[in-house]
Each structure stands twice: as structure tokens, then as C-alpha cells.
Write a protein that binds this ligand. Structure first.
Ligand SMILES: C[S@@+](CC[C@H](N)C(=O)[O-])C[C@H]1O[C@@H](n2cnc3c(N)ncnc32)[C@H](O)[C@@H]1O
Length: 341
């Protein structure tokens, strides 16, 4: 996570990676970790949140879909001697890890890690040339598969919705033309084509390929679907009084979290797929007065914290609602299964 970087700090294992967990104070305040509590950290990453929660006295069940994050965290598992378990899995499956009686807290810090971005081989970045991959779990459909196989109409929708790219049609058609003669293999290759189609202007703050890369990363890792299913899973897995804390870096993700909490707060709701429905019993009450953002000092120290948003809720005694993706009003995009063939 580019924003979680700072100079000269140590990582969860006492190593010297430059890592600053984003909105850590707000996360701890909202989670209230203490001895006797069991908290699930669905996004272990470099273990920044996990270490702080363990230091506060709670036990941690940590998950990450990235095999490298799991390998990197093994020394921390040894260090905390039975108080930390580390599991290689998607956080949408978090309910499978809840102890009998439920969890006291769930925290999710959505997005990619600095380790993922920094390693050219993972293919997340066009600043560092590497294979066009972007899979956090290193398995399944890669970004190259999507770019080389998806129908143009699917690429247009992926770039337009997940990247909010204005030139999605022009870029998708140029990709189709080019891949006929030579499939895309590297991050630079794709970035160069996008720059040809959509040259950078002096006033542009970001590289012309940024939005397409973001869209591909979100699509390849099904980031919105994973988040939505994790929220439903947390509703099932938290005990009454348990806390759900979610940090996002992207408006599409924040919208999902905001919709979930407002829907679960028992307010009446409707969507383009659902008629207006009457208020139900709240399954979550808000923690604090809504969204928490980084202070000026944190944003200064850690540029990516500028886009971070924290939302949190406390589980009530009401039974969980039936999961229903329609509440998020997400558009129909091609599925990874369809592209994987
Ligand atoms: C922003 S980093 C987390 C940083 C962590 N809070 C820390 O303080 O070190 C996000 C991590 O979540 C993992 N991740 C993202 N989506 C996931 C998912 N659906 N299931 C499990 N892990 C996921 C990524 O592999 C990455 O390691």
C-alpha cells in the first residue's frame, strides 16, 4: 500500500520495511482490543494492525490471501506464542474462523500492500516493469488474461466502472486491435499503449494508465465482491457487542461499507433492483459520528492516508440479515470464470 509507507520504521517482524499502518489510532479506538477478546484481522499484510491489537492484550486470528504475507508473518506467530494464528485465505470466508460464541472484533484494511506494489514480479505497477499479473493470491485469472481475452464491451465496462476511466471505449478498442497481432505480457507494454491512445497532458495529475490499472486490479481480485461478502460474513460471525472496523482507500469501496452500515442500522432502503423496503431491526449501531479520516499530521507523514476512510459498527443482538448483494447496487460486469474460460 503506497500510503502505508514511511521511512525507517520496522515491520511486524522487527524488520526494516518502511511501513506505517493507516489510521491505526482510529482502528484501535473503534475496535477496543483488550485481554480476553478475540479479534479477526482479515488483511494481515505486514502485520501492523495485528501487532498493535496483540500488544493491547487481545488474541488475533489473522487472514491474508497473499502467500507472501503469510510466509512473512510466521516469525510473528512464533513470537506471540499461541495468541496469533495466521491463515492463508480470502476474507470473504472469515466466518469459518470464528470461535464458538463469536468474535469480539473484525478489522479490514482494504487494498494492496506496499510489498505487493513494490515487487515488479507481482505486476501491479507500471512504474516497475513486470508480468501483467496483479493477482494478490498468485492464482486464478491474471490481468494479462483479462486484457488478452475479455470482449471489448466487457473491457469498456470494467475500465469505466472500476476505473472511472473517461476514455474506456477508445482504450478498449486499441487493446483489441493490438492483441490480435501480439498479446500483452508486461505492465509497461499495456501502459505504453494507453499512453499512445491517451497522451499525458501537462495538467494531468496522474499517468494516463493509472485508472485502467486500478480497474484491472479491482477486477482481477474481485475486490468489491470480496468486501461485500466479508461484511455479510462479519455480521454472522460477530457476537453482540462485537465491533466491525473497515478502512478503505477508494470511493467505490467506501460506498459499499457506507451502504452496508446504513442498511444494517435499520433505516428504510431501496435500490434500482429492490423496491423500497421498510426498516428492520438494526444489526449494527454506529461507532462514533460516522466516517473517520486521517489527521493533517498523518496525511503529511503518509500520503496514502489522505484517501483513507474508516467506518465502524457495533453488532447488536438482532439476528443477522440474509445476505443480499442487490443492496450494493453494483453493475453487472463480466465474471472471472467467464474470462478464465
Ligand atoms: C492494506 S494491506 C493491510 C496492511 C495491514 N493492515 C498492516 O497494518 O500491515 C492489505 C492486505 O490485505 C490482503 N487482502 C486484500 N484483499 C484480500 C482478501 N479478499 N482476502 C484476504 N486478504 C486480502 C492483501 O493481500 C494485503 O496483504
Amino acid at each position: 500500500m503506497a500510503a502505508n509507507l514511511g521511512e525507517g520504521l520496522s515491520d511486524a517482524n522487527g524488520g526494516s520495511v518502511r511501513h506505517i499502518p493507516v489510521l491505526l489510532d482510529g482502528v484501535l479506538k473503534a475496535l477496543e482490543p483488550q485481554a480476553g477478546k478475540v479479534i479477526l484481522d482479515g488483511t494481515f499484510g505486514a502485520g501492523g494492525y495485528t501487532r498493535a491489537i496483540l500488544d493491547a492484550g487481545a488474541d488475533v486470528i489473522a487472514l491474508d490471501r497473499d502467500p507472501n504475507a503469510i510466509a512473512g508473518g510466521q516469525s510473528m506467530v512464533d513470537e506471540f506464542n499461541g495468541r496469533l494464528t495466521l491463515n492463508h485465505t480470502e476474507f470473504s470466508a472469515l466466518a469459518d474462523f470464528a470461535p464458538e460464541g463469536g468474535l469480539d472484533g473484525v478489522v479490514l484494511d482494504i487494498g494492496v500492500s506496499s510489498m505487493q506494489i513494490d515487487e515488479a514480479e507481482r505486476g501491479f505497477s507500471f512504474q516497475r516493469n513486470g508480468p501483467l499479473d496483479m493477482r494478490m493470491s498468485s492464482s486464478g485469472v491474471s490481468a494479462a488474461d483479462v486484457v488478452n481475452r475479455a470482449k471489448v464491451s466487457d473491457l469498456i465496462r470494467i475500465f469505466g466502472f472500476l476505473g472511472e476511466e473517461k476514455h474506456s471505449g477508445r482504450i478498449a478498442r486499441a487493446i483489441e486491435k493490438r492483441r490480435l497481432s501480439e498479446p500483452f505480457q508486461t505492465t509497461r507494454d499495456l501502459a505504453n499503449l494507453i499512453e499512445t491512445v491517451n497522451p499525458r497532458k501537462a495538467k494531468d495529475k496522474i499517468h494516463p494508465a493509472t485508472r485502467v490499472f486500478q480497474a484491472l486490479r479491482i477486477f482481477v481480485n474481485d475486490e468489491l465482491g470480496e468486501l461485500a461478502w466479508a461484511l455479510f460474513a462479519a455480521e454472522q460471525a460477530l457476537k453482540p457487542g462485537g465491533r466491525l472496523v473497515v478502512v478503505t482507500f477508494h470511493s467505490l469501496e467506501d460506498r459499499i461499507v457506507k451502504k452496508f452500515f446504513s442498511e444494517r442500522a435499520g433505516k428504510a432502503s431501496g435500490s434500482r433492483h429492490l423496491p423500497m423496503v421498510e426498516a428492520r431491526k438494526a444489526t449494527f449501531e454506529p461507532v462514533g459520528k460516522g466516517m473517520v479520516a486521517a489527521s493533517e499530521e498523518e496525511a503529511e507523514l503518509n500520503p496514502r492516508a489522505r484517501s483513507a476512510k474508516l467506518r465502524a459498527g457495533i453488532r447488536t443482538t438482532a439476528p443477522p440479515e440474509k445476505p443480499d448483494m442487490a443492496i450494493f447496487d453494483l453493475p453487472d460486469l463480466a465474471t472471472l470464470e467467464k474470462i478464465g474460460g
